[in-house]
Write a protein that binds this ligand. Sequence first.
Ligand code: GLU
Length: 454
Amino acid sequence: MEITRFAPSPTGHLHIGGARTALFSWLYAKSKDGKFLLRFEDTDKERSKDEYCESILNSLDWLGIDIDSEPVYQSQNIERHTKLAYELLEKGFAYSCDCSEERLAEIRTEQQKNKQKPKYDGKHRNDNLEHKQGNVIRFKMPDSGYTSFDDEVLGEIKVNNIELDDFIILRGDGNPTYNFSAAVDDMDMGITTVVRGDDHLTNTLKQINVFNALGYKIPRFAHLPMVLSESGKRLSKRDGALDLFEYKNMGYLEPTIINYLVKLGWSYSDQEIFSKNELIKFFSLDSVNSSPSKYSEELLNWYNNYYIKDMKINDLVTLIRNDYNISYNLDTNNKTSEIFNLMREGVKTLIELIDISEFFYIVPDYKEINRSIIEDSKNILENFNANLGSFSFESHETLEADVKNYIKDNDLKFPQIGKPLRIILSGRENAPSISELIYLLGKKETSKRIASFL
Ligand code: GLU
């Protein structure tokens, strides 16, 4: 059975890049009827925080990326990692080293001078030093041949073993290092495919050699190219690398984020919109793009507008009621579903929708508007208001017909009423049609706003 995992370091919230890695790993597992596991790589005691574990779990939960067993906490496996480091030492896959910091610094300076990659020079590689407190344990990289694998996304990756460092697996203070712990955990979790960012490529080369030494079958690897900003640079907060919950707070919907994340590096013919089930059916790692993708706010907003309009209106209103802070009381207008249905047409986010619908619930702020448009139409508006009582509010259609007849019967041109009325009722110049405004505000509120404005 395929088993994949997502292995975030809980040193921050889940951001777009991490969420994409998680999603691709999850989709691959699900597409193979396999399992998706979660491992918190929380061994950096200073930077790892419980609140980030919780926040990452919440974000995955929001996206519906479900985990097939309890999360693994790497810090709880340290004893196991240590034990295996000693085992490798005993079996000759690793060696003890007592080189001082000064000596290592000298080697580094020398290598920098000669424009060589930093690498331990192997002084104690064959010394069989007795391991004592304060020594480190180094992994004994093969000194000939190649380390290679066929990446599901990037194709063949091959490196001369001469390039690889005898990296430390157990520090002088007795703590295992990341590359060793990660490999042991992947083995213990039975991981068959590792999906991770391509910034981990050099780690993978080390870990492959650790797997060999541990006698674990090398998993499949899929390294995902970076997500870049619109200008082609590393994605930063400023150009969109927000934490997932910030997208949620801004009013982006879950299927928006799923489709958008998928679009960052994967496509299936020219289909733009996928349900989760379709994604699970169609997803494959070999159709993941091997070059970096670019963040696009326009695309994100396009998806969100699509899904805001696609949602059943009652579900949308329920979501807004339950999950968002609204500065006005939705219960002060009994046509909320119709209001949101009308107003959602061109919006990018739920926050925008909440914002532009406000005037249906509270009298708009007229500060910014030009009163002269209304001054000229005072009489017309007074007369209109006086007749409002005779209009039918049974449906939007009956009201629309009555407004039209009124305009005709009084020899008016539509803008004479429409323009000032729109401003009075909504506080804006571009708002929905007049009859819609009046219908959704209701007779009483419409009349009140006209009278108090005049
Ligand atoms: N903990 C690593 C990170 O957050 C992930 C490593 C991996 O996927 O193996 O970047």
